[in-house]
Design a protein around this ligand. Structure first.
Ligand SMILES: Nc1ncnc2c1ncn2[C@@H]1O[C@H](COP(=O)(O)OP(=O)(O)OP(=O)(O)O)[C@@H](O)[C@H]1O
Length: 892
């Protein structure tokens, strides 16, 4: 991970200039050298009082990267460069160090400097790496931050078991150390490559035998780091995983265990190696086939999370995100990255969204409450790691306080509800039950922790009065003492008759009684001199001294007792990490669902019905992002039986790409649980969405070569299934027309005959429209435009049949190509295609084209018949169906 042009060898590890004299250094520097040796690949920041210091080459790097002053530290062995960053504000300095590619080991003083005899003990309490950040200031609240590990196919330990079952599998595990989320899966190399793009880890660890994976999506970038190969050994990794889940051998494949064990070991290492991270309690094994797969080309061209520079820079995620909490935002992102393929689960989300959509008051109430929720997942992480302060506990309390309100809002579904008595969906019912108010935890925090505590946890003021008797007593002693002192001035003035006598306090001398020089003769015998000033003397009395010791003793004991009580409370709360995480998960889900329904209501989305015949049917569909910026967006229908191929032609700029993408986006949205931008939609459950965009259309992607286009096409041709949705946008156009056309035609044939995937194919190659005559499931669609007096108006409306003309010349004219050129082009056109002059096409003319290219009506009739569920059909419904079928045949 060498970066930033520094000789990294010396920035991390023992400084070369100190190594030869290590045994002669001062004890403190010796300690530094030892910690450097223990953390060879990290830049060690070493606490000295209020600063984190680095020495030698590391100091130079810190000075330059963090823009702090480079100083010198003298030692009997010489002078060493030194640079420090203030601990108070460490986060802002750590960020550039991480960006420069360093892991940073924080060596804290782990002993009270005042109590230490001799050298203060220091230990590395945390190694900060891009993938394991836990500091809120360094994290993006709306996104998960993962470190991932991949374990290769060749087992390093050569056990029979791993050889027998590993096969071609690559194991992948990812941990978000800030929240405790842990994902584990495996798959072949291509699947894992795709999965990594989706997880987008900040950091990737590779076993020595693992394939290399590099990010191939703009906006996704990870550091590839080497990590102790031994951590990937099967036995060791299994043992490690065994500390987090029961029975890892049974539940996880060897490749999964190797990846998970290694990534957990690394997570522990970065958190100071104090053993298992309690809050990482949910190592979740999943199968990549359990989700709608979107490879990086699809993620990119559908602009789900990353913008290709078009429209106004909005991604689907941005435009759809109406969550009100960080928890919800991360959940929404996860849902869109991993849409479901299980019909019941999809419908359960739709049920919940529907109900929230129907109940504006409930919905708004829920969103109002959720907006006050703190980031529970990260809070519980901090609590379990022992890094939470009293305010964090109070934030947890505040979040728990809204839970009963959320439960109330959700159970407001009775007939007495002002909004009617729509049945409560199962999904909401379940969420309601999962919203555990954690009353015990809440009470504990409320009883123990002061309402508005300071962030410092060692200086008192954090534990509530009444929580602990001993503490209350100490506090009473302290209070009484201070009251006694407060009254002392008046008493002593009385006793001595010195009106100017003052009682005060300072850090060095403690309490004193001050008498000005002219009054010194009236000072009583029991006054002891403490300090002489210019015009006055300061005294104490044995009584005052006794009180002072009492006050100080009580205060000190109270502070340390408070600290003890606080850490006890923190660990009891930490021991409920599982329940808190379960609650966090329910809150996250509720927020994401509320966001879906808010969008559904505000933008008039409909609930899609999920069907099993594989047919896509959308009426009045819109593009969820484009419609937001284009006030005259024209809705379009789509009817795509399973396995059909629509060849889409039409002029440039007529809306072909937008149309294809809006269909894919509807599918992605529906399977994520959202409603869809349409008037009516019936959608199948799709296993994968592929989108391939012809080379020169994807300039923003950077690699717009024909080779890449073909490589991506190859993937589709390998992997698409009859349940896949394939979008091909001008594939083949990156090369000569004849070649491109030939490739495009061959690809369509292959998709039709071999893959049977539902496909939309936009092309400028007019010749491809004849495919519809040759293949049963191929049909033509085109985009229309009108032309009046030579002006072209795009209608952005799709219609059946092939496009009659590409209007390329008109577009050229509109774009300002000089008249003579345009005229000449028209002459050429007429010469080459006398049979079909570029005629004016109207919307009406298009309609006549409908049907002729559609897949045979007989086929449709047969498949409809097959679909009818006789067990659930009433006689009337049967009659209606029969009538419809007859009509369809008559039409033909
Ligand atoms: N249904 C629609 N209603 C209104 N405007 C639309 C619609 N569809 C697309 N547009 C607008 O038309 C423009 C061109 O759309 P699109 O890129 O989809 O065309 P295209 O046919 O794929 O073009 P090309 O063949 O040049 O790639 C875009 O700016 C888009 O905003």
């Amino acid at each position: 991970m060498a970066k930033a042009g520094i000789d990294e060898e010396s920035v991390t590890g023992v400084p070369p200039s100190m190594a030869p004299v290590a045994h002669e250094l001062t004890p403190m520097l010796t300690q530094y050298v030892e910690l450097c040796a223990d953390h060879e690949d990290a830049l060690v920041l070493f606490q000295v009082g209020d600063f984190y210091e680095a020495f030698c080459e590391a100091a130079e790097a810190v000075a330059r990267i963090c823009e702090v002053t480079l100083t010198q530290r003298e030692d009997s062995t010489g002078e060493y460069p030194m640079a420090g960053i203030p601990i108070d504000n460490a986060a802002s300095y750590l960020e550039p160090l991480l960006e420069a590619g360093y892991r940073v080991a924080i060596a804290d003083q782990v002993e009270d400097a005042e109590e230490a005899t001799g050298l203060v003990d220091r230990a590395v309490t945390q190694v900060i790496t891009p993938g394991t950040i836990v500091d809120d200031e360094l994290l993006d609240s709306g996104a998960a931050n993962y470190v991932a590990a991949v374990a290769g196919t060749k087992p390093t330990d050569g056990t029979a078991e791993s050889r027998a079952t590993d096969g071609e599998l690559v194991g992948l595990a990812a941990v978000d150390v800030s929240t405790g989320e842990c994902l584990v899966t495996d798959g072949d190399r291509a699947t894992i490559a795709e999965e990594l793009q989706r997880i987008a880890p900040a950091e990737l660890l590779r076993s020595p035998d693992a394939p290399e994976f590099s990010p191939d999506t703009a906006g996704v970038d990870w550091d590839v780091n080497a990590y102790d190969p031994a951590a990937f050994e099967l036995d060791r990794a299994s043992d490690r995983l065994g500390e987090y889940v029961t029975d890892p051998e049974r539940r996880f494949s060897p490749a999964q265990r190797r990846a998970a064990g290694a990534v957990l070991a690394y997570a522990e290492y970065t958190q100071g190696d104090d053993g298992p991270l309690e809050y990482v309690s949910r190592a979740r094994r999943y199968d990549t086939r359990d989700h709608l797969r979107l490879d990086s080309a699809a993620l990119r061209s559908l602009e789900l999370f990353e913008n290709r520079g078009s429209v106004d820079g909005t991604t689907l995620f941005d435009s759809l995100d109406r969550t009100v909490s960080a928890l919800g935002r991360r959940r929404l992102e996860r849902w869109l990255r991993r849409p479901l393929v299980d019909r019941d689960r999809i419908e359960a989300r739709h049920d919940a969204v529907a109900e929230l959509a129907d109940r504006p008051i409930v919905r708004e109430e829920i969103r109002d409450r959720l907006a006050a929720a703190y980031d529970l997942e990260r809070l519980v992480g901090r609590i379990s790691r022992g890094r939470a302060d009293a305010r964090d506990l109070r934030s947890l309390f505040a979040t728990l306080e809204i839970v009963p309100e959320l439960r109330d809002a959700l159970s407001d579904g009775d007939a007495t509800d002002a909004e009617g008595d729509a049945p409560k969906s199962d999904a909401l019912e379940k969420l309601h039950d999962r919203l555990d108010p954690l009353a015990d935890v809440r009470e504990l925090i409320d009883e123990a922790i002061a309402p508005d505590p300071p962030t410092e946890i060692t200086e008192g003021g954090i534990v509530r009065e009444g929580y602990d008797e001993r503490l209350d007593e100490l506090r009473a002693t302290e209070r009484d003492g201070r009251a006694w002192v407060a009254d002392l001035e008046a008493r002593e003035r009385d006793r001595t008759g010195i009106d100017s006598l003052k009682v005060g306090h300072n850090q060095v001398h403690g309490y004193y009684i001050e008498v000005t020089d002219p009054n010194l003769d009236r000072v009583p015998d029991d006054y002891r001199r403490r300090q002489t000033l210019k015009n006055a003397e300061r005294f104490y009395t044995p009584g005052l001294k006794r009180r002072e010791d009492e006050i100080l003793g009580a205060a000190e004991r109270a502070d340390s007792l408070e600290y003890e009580l606080f850490t006890d409370v923190r660990s009891s709360v930490g021991s409920e990490a599982d329940r808190i995480q379960a609650l966090a998960s329910a809150i996250a889900e509720l927020d994401a669902l509320a966001s879906f329904s808010t969008v559904a209501v505000e933008r008039e989305y409909v609930r899609p019905s999920v069907r099993s015949d594989g047919k896509i049917e959308i009426e009045g569909g819109r593009h969820p992002v484009v419609e937001r910026t284009n006030s005259e967006f024209v809705p379009n229908d789509a009817t795509l039986p399973r396995g059909s191929i629509a060849v889409i032609t039409g002029p440039n700029m007529s809306g072909k790409s937008t149309y294809m993408r809006q269909i894919a986006l509807c599918v992605v949205l529906a399977q994520s649980g959202s409603f869809v931008p349409a008037q009516r939609a019936r959608l199948p459950v799709v296993d994968r969405v592929f989108t391939r965009v012809g080379a020169s259309d994807d300039i923003a992607g950077g690699e717009s070569t024909f080779m890449r286009e073909m490589a991506e096409l190859t993937e589709v041709l390998h992997d698409a299934t009859p349940d896949s949705l394939v979008l091909l946008d001008e594939v083949g156009r990156g090369t000569a027309t004849t070649d491109g056309q030939a490739i495009a035609r061959a690809a369509v044939e292959f998709v039709h005959d071999e893959l049977e995937a539902t496909t939309l194919f936009a092309t400028h190659y007019h010749d491809l429209t004849t495919l519809a005559d040759e293949y049963e499931r191929v049909f033509n669609l085109h985009f229309t435009a009108t032309r009046e007096d030579g002006d072209v108006t795009f209608l952005h409306r799709v219609a059946r049949g092939p496009s009659s003309s590409s209007y390329g010349v008109e577009v050229a004219e509109m774009a300002g190509v000089p008249d003579p050129v345009v005229q000449r082009a028209r002459e050429f056109l007429e010469a080459t295609d006398p049979g079909e002059p570029s005629r004016v096409e109207t919307a009406d003319a298009d309609e006549s084209g409908q049907g002729e290219d559609s897949p045979s009506s007989k086929q449709e009739v047969l498949s409809t018949l097959r679909e009818v569920d006789l067990a659930r059909t009433t006689p009337i419904e049967a009659l209606v169906t029969l009538q419809e079928l007859q009509e369809r045949l008559d039409d033909e």
